[in-house]
Each structure stands twice: as structure tokens, then as C-alpha cells.
Design a binder for this molecule. Structure first.
Ligand SMILES: Cc1cc2nc3c(=O)[nH]c(=O)nc-3n(C[C@H](O)[C@H](O)[C@H](O)COP(=O)(O)OP(=O)(O)OC[C@H]3O[C@@H](n4cnc5c(N)ncnc54)[C@H](O)[C@@H]3O)c2cc1C
Length: 411
């Protein structure tokens, strides 16, 4: 059996195939396994999440139902038990995020490598083409010109995000060449660019506990609370990454996006608070009150997005103007222009069309004996350990099923 790609999905596939008694060759184009895994979770590797069932699937904006069987085959608990068995204890932190107890991504890779003893691991081996043979089985050609034959193949080459780690979309090319549909790809979990010049001086400012909304027409696409970061090109931070996944592939210029600085305070209450501040402010310009309502750097930029002239003395602000200020505090407009590129995206939206893959085995519905696992598939999740769990679970199921497949079944 051949596994193409030595990321989490490919390593899991190889490991579960070995355990099912298969002879496994794992081909990885880089000179080490799991290059992307090393940089996950800022080097700590948020390896999974304790969320289960519907709670887990709620964190998967793209094709969640496809994952029922694979997550049933290798759950978060199952993955943690496997890592423990291989010498890597894990700990759950805030939000159910699970990390290796040693807080190092390399602990996870090392544990998996231990589980792969017995596999033929070929590094620096990039597969350039794959052909299903007429009499069954496959021929994979390597960039070096060598070719390999196998009865079953797992494609676990990742998506297009962070291409420096080796995921440059080869799996999509191999899938297309073997007759599979590949859906349009877009960067997801990615910072967003804006056209808001007023916000440029704010780069580096992090706003905690704000709400971010995105609407298109009458439909609210996204409304969540969390942390947002201003950058030199636009916005980033956990809240923005999540929103980017919901908006992936949509024309961003049609999306109305706004920041609520005070999501926990209803407009009426905020207006009363503002009225009190204005009453105390007397002849001082209304703008001088802003640092009591927001960070100082934002207070300097805020007048640009407030329809009221905040240079007016506090005592001259009318009730209607007060309402307008509150409205601006609760909906600072953000003009989105584009997502940043794949080079900065945590995951890829799009990939091998899940309609062409049987979710109960991960085998292609078009080419028997060919399996897909991990980010190469058109499945992606929010941050929190879900993407790695998906890679491990789909990889494990694919490897297990590929190994247990007899030649008759393939035919
Ligand atoms: C900066 C960053 C941080 C992240 N942090 C987290 C996190 O903390 N938690 C989380 O759940 N998710 C995280 N993710 C997402 C997660 O890393 C991916 O979803 C996951 O790695 C996908 O696994 P995979 O095995 O499908 O693909 P990959 O990890 O991309 O592995 C694919 C492998 O295939 C190899 N390959 C590609 N083409 C070929 C070829 N033709 N021949 C041979 N080999 C080939 C590649 O070199 C690569 O090693 C993060 C992603 C990034 C970019």
C-alpha cells in the first residue's frame, strides 16, 4: 500500500494500515515528516478538541456530515489514547483545546514516527503522477523518475495553504487526473484586507470582547464575540479568522461588516452611560470622553467613523446625536476588500469533492482502491484543534480500510 504525503493524515493512514497488517510505503516530498505539524498551534500543536458529536460538527463549516464515520472510527479520546500509547501525553486547556503535555509539536511528530516503525518511509519523494492500471492496482511516478506499484493508494497531500510546508495542491492534480471532481479552492482561516484608511494607525491594536458581524443582503452570515487585531493591511485575530472561513469564496465587497465595541451593553444602557458622561463633560469636546469608552489609539481614530462632529462641546450634543454616537460604537463599519493569500491561510476551503468519496471508508467512488484523507478533501473547520482531528481521523479510517481491502473487493 502507498501513502502519498507525510502530514498528520498520511502518518495516521500509514500507522493504522501497519496495525492492520499491511506493508506500507509512505512517500513524503520534504526531507522530514509533518513539516506543517511543527508550526501548528504556534509550535505547541493544538492536536484535537474534547468537543464531541454535534458540538464538534458545529465547528466544521464545510461538509460536516461527511465526517460522522471517520470521527466515530478515531475520536478525540481515541487520538489522545493513541498518542499516550506512543509516549505523548496530552492536556486539555481553555475551550477544550488539547495540546501535548510537553507543549511541543515535535512531541506529537516523534510519537507518530515511533508508531511508524515498520513502514518504508521515503523522504524527498514527490509523486508527480498516479495512474490506475487496467488490471488493478496503481503506478505512482516520482519526480526523480522512479516509479512504484501498489494495490491501494491513500492520497494525503494536504491542501494549498502554507505552501512552504509542502502542500502545493499536488493532491488536487492527482485527483483530477484520476477522474475526480475538485471544488474551487479559497484561503480560509485567513486575515482580511480592508479599505479603511482610518484604521491604518491602529496596527497592532488588539480589541478583546468585541463582536464582529457580517451580513450580505438581509442575511446575517456571521455574528460572534472575541478578539480582533488591527494590522497594516486590515484585520486579523481569532474572530476574523473564523469569519474568513464563513466568507471564503464570497465577493467580499458585497459583505457589510461591522465591529460592536460594546456587545455586552444594550444600546439603551450605553446611551444612558454616554448621557451621564456628556453631562459631566460640560464644555470639553465630546471626543475627550472617548478614552473612557475605548482604547486610546482607537479613541483617536473613532471620530473618522462617527457621523457626529465630536469636536462639539459635550453640553451641545443633542439626544439624536447621542443615539448616533451609540450606533457608531455598536457598529463601526469595516470595508472588506479581499482575503490574504494562501501563503497566510491556516486551511484551504475546497478540494476533492466529497461526493466522489465514500465517507464510511474514505475510498473513491470512482476509482476503487484509491483513498483520500485530510485537507486534500473539501472539508475544513474553525480553529481549536478540529482541523488536525479531521486529518488524523480521516487518515486513520482510510489507512485501516485500505489495509483491510482484499483484491476482490477492489475489483
Ligand atoms: C500556521 C498553521 C497553524 C495551524 N495550527 C493548527 C492547530 O493548532 N490545530 C489544528 O487542528 N490545525 C492547525 N492547522 C491546520 C492543520 O495543520 C492542517 O489542517 C493539517 O496539517 C492537514 O493535514 P494533512 O495531513 O491533510 O496535510 P499537511 O499537513 O499539509 O500534509 C501534507 C503532506 O503531504 C506532502 N506532499 C504534498 N504533495 C506531495 C507529493 N506530490 N508527494 C509526496 N508528498 C507530498 C507535503 O509535503 C506534506 O508534508 C494549522 C495550519 C497552519 C498553516
Amino acid at each position: 500500500m502507498l501513502v502519498i504525503g507525510g502530514g498528520p493524515a498520511g502518518m495516521a493512514a500509514a500507522l493504522f494500515a501497519l496495525r492492520a497488517g499491511a506493508q506500507v510505503t509512505l512517500l513524503e516530498r520534504n526531507d522530514k515528516l509533518g513539516k506543517k505539524l511543527y508550526i501548528t498551534g504556534k509550535g505547541r500543536c493544538n492536536v484535537t478538541n474534547v468537543a464531541e458529536g454535534e458540538d464538534f460538527l458545529a465547528q466544521v463549516p464545510r461538509n460536516p456530515r461527511f465526517l460522522y464515520a471517520s470521527l466515530g472510527f478515531l475520536s478525540a479520546e481515541g487520538l489522545r489514547a493513541l498518542l499516550r500509547e506512543l509516549g505523548c501525553d496530552t492536556v486539555a486547556e481553555r475551550g477544550g483545546r488539547v495540546f501535548p503535555a510537553g507543549q511541543k509539536a515535535s512531541d506529537v511528530t516523534r510519537a507518530l514516527a515511533r508508531g511508524l516503525a515498520g513502514a518504508d518511509i521515503q523522504l524527498g519523494a514527490r509523486v508527480s503522477s498516479l495512474r490506475a492500471l487496467d488490471n488493478g492496482g496503481f503506478e505512482a511516478e516520482l519526480e526523480s523518475g522512479d516509479s512504484l506499484h501498489a494495490d491501494t493508494v491513500v492520497i494525503a497531500t494536504g491542501g494549498l495553504s502554507y505552501p512552504v510546508t509542502g502542500s502545493t495542491g499536488d493532491g488536487h492534480t492527482l485527483a483530477r487526473a484520476t477522474g475526480h471532481r475538485v471544488t474551487d479552492t479559497h484561503p480560509a482561516l485567513v486575515p482580511l484586507e480592508t479599505a479603511d484608511d482610518w484604521a491604518r494607525p491602529l496596527q497592532g491594536l488588539a480589541l478583546k470582547n468585541v463582536a464582529l458581524t457580517a451580513r450580505r443582503g438581509k442575511k446575517t452570515l456571521f455574528l460572534e464575540q472575541g478578539e480582533l487585531l488591527f494590522t497594516h493591511f486590515g484585520i486579523s485575530g481569532p474572530l476574523v479568522l473564523s469569519m474568513s472561513s464563513v466568507l471564503a469564496g464570497l465577493p467580499l465587497k458585497e459583505v457589510i461588516c461591522a465591529i460592536d465595541l460594546k456587545p455586552a451593553v444594550p444600546a439603551q444602557e450605553l446611551e444612558q452611560r454616554l448621557a451621564r458622561l456628556l453631562a459631566e463633560g460640560g464644555r470639553r469636546p465630546a471626543a475627550s470622553l472617548l478614552p473612557q469608552l475605548m482604547p486610546r489609539s482607537l479613541a483617536q481614530a473613532f471620530p473618522a467613523v462617527c457621523p457626529v462632529n465630536l469636536q462639539k462641546p459635550c453640553s451641545q450634543i443633542t439626544a439624536d446625536e447621542r443615539r448616533q454616537i451609540v450606533q457608531a460604537l455598536k457598529a463601526i463599519p469595516v470595508r472588506l476588500t479581499a482575503a490574504r493569500s494562501m501563503a497566510e491561510a491556516v486551511v484551504t476551503r475546497g478540494g476533492v469533492d466529497v461526493r466522489d468519496v465514500d465517507p464510511s471508508t474514505m475510498m473513491s467512488r470512482r476509482v476503487p482502491g484509491l483513498f483520500f484523507a485530510g485537507e486534500v478533501l473539501d472539508v475544513d473547520a474553525f480553529t481549536g484543534g478540529y482541523n488536525l482531528q479531521i486529518a488524523f481521523a480521516t487518515g486513520a479510517l482510510a489507512g485501516h480500510r485500505a489495509a483491510n481491502m482484499t483484491f476482490e473487493e477492489i475489483e
